[in-house]
Write a protein that binds this ligand. Structure first.
Ligand SMILES: NC(=O)c1ccc[n+]([C@@H]2O[C@H](COP(=O)([O-])OP(=O)(O)OC[C@H]3O[C@@H](n4cnc5c(N)ncnc54)[C@H](OP(=O)(O)O)[C@@H]3O)[C@@H](O)[C@H]2O)c1
Length: 292
């Protein structure tokens, strides 16, 4: 009987795919239950059908699986989708988080929730854990509501994650993967030069989340990449690492595009708390491993 039993939501997503990969190759050989809407075969894990929007199914499911650790990565992650259906975003991002956390707590297990730098307004970067959130989007507000459902729980940790880059483990048309395809095909790309984040590689984020789930930290922690980069900087650096030309990249301003909601200008996170308490989990800079 493995000592650890992990419950993973969002296992079919870009971060969840990497978390599953890391857990399935972990020397502790944990038992892994991957909760997914459309169960697909996932080597090393038992896939369990679960729609996070079906709130009344979550507690019985968790009670049945009796996890020791839960990584809650599933969410409505598209800002546009959250804006289009705020009730669904609230249900999946906030209400399901509250339900899952309560059920996991009743099992005496650890709960780690992937939140976002988009809980901030973008006007006061770099943001530390104690800074006041002020989300500008439905997505950010519903993720913040998920955080607030965990407030004061000694078994729960919110990890605020910035923009992630890298290739997904399972086929998924992510923005970053499409941008790399465009670089390889020498297709022109228009990228914001004035919107800043502290990006992290998906694999670094997955490893950090697993390490943090095994810690006894509670509250909120920021997972920040070491570089403050615009989307243009990120893709230009990727091109350079891959030995590809940057001549097809055009700088555009975030102010030049319309949109239903304002775009935060600078969501850079301050990662000092993680660097102090668990330095081995601090994400590294952009490197070639993330690009192939
Ligand atoms: N991507 C980023 O740069 C970023 C930045 C900061 C924070 N985060 C956070 O990190 C986490 C993972 O993000 P990601 O980029 O990996 O997202 P993603 O690729 O869009 O994956 C989202 C996952 O959530 C699942 N999901 C959505 N609605 C569901 C529902 N009703 N029931 C069950 N599963 C559902 C999706 O399942 P399907 O495959 O069935 O759609 C998918 O597995 C999220 O909590 C997100 O808020 C992401």
């Amino acid at each position: 009987m493995p000592a650890e039993t992990w419950l993973l939501t969002g296992a079919t997503g870009q971060l969840g795919g990497w978390a599953l990969h890391e857990l399935c190759h972990d020397p502790a050989r944990p038992r892994v239950f991957a909760l997914a809407r459309q169960p697909a075969e996932r080597a090393g894990a038992t896939v369990v059908a679960c729609d996070l929007a079906q709130l009344d199914t979550l507690r019985p499911l968790v009670t049945d699986l009796r996890p020791t650790h839960a990584l809650h990565l599933g969410a409505v992650t598209s800002v546009a989708d959250a804006f289009a259906d705020p009730a669904r975003a609230q249900r999946v991002n906030a209400d399901a988080t509250a339900e899952l956390a309560a059920a996991v707590r009743a099992c005496g297990a650890r709960f780690v929730y992937a939140s976002t730098d988009m809980v901030f307004d973008g006007d006061h970067a770099p943001y530390a854990e104690g800074d006041e959130p002020r989300p500008l989007s439905v997505y950010g507000r519903t993720k913040l509501a998920g955080e607030r459902a965990l407030a004061g729980s000694p078994h729960a940790l919110t990890v605020r994650i910035p923009l992630m880059y890298g290739l997904p483990r399972h086929p998924r048309r992510t923005t970053f993967a499409q941008q790399l395809d465009a670089l390889h095909a020498a297709t022109p790309l228009r990228l914001f030069h004035d919107e800043f984040r502290t990006p992290v590689w998906l694999r670094d984020a997955a490893r950090a989340l697993i390490g943090l789930a095994r810690s006894d930290l509670a509250g909120v922690i920021h997972l920040a990449g070491p570089q403050r980069l615009s989307r243009l900087d990120l893709i230009a650096r990727a091109a350079t690492l891959l030995g590809l030309p940057t001549s097809g990249l055009t700088a555009v301003s975030r102010l030049s595009v319309g949109g239903d909601e304002p775009r935060p200008a600078d969501l850079s996170l301050d990662g000092a708390r993680l660097a102090q308490v668990m330095p081995a989990l601090t994400p590294g800079p952009l490197r070639i491993d993330a690009l192939r």
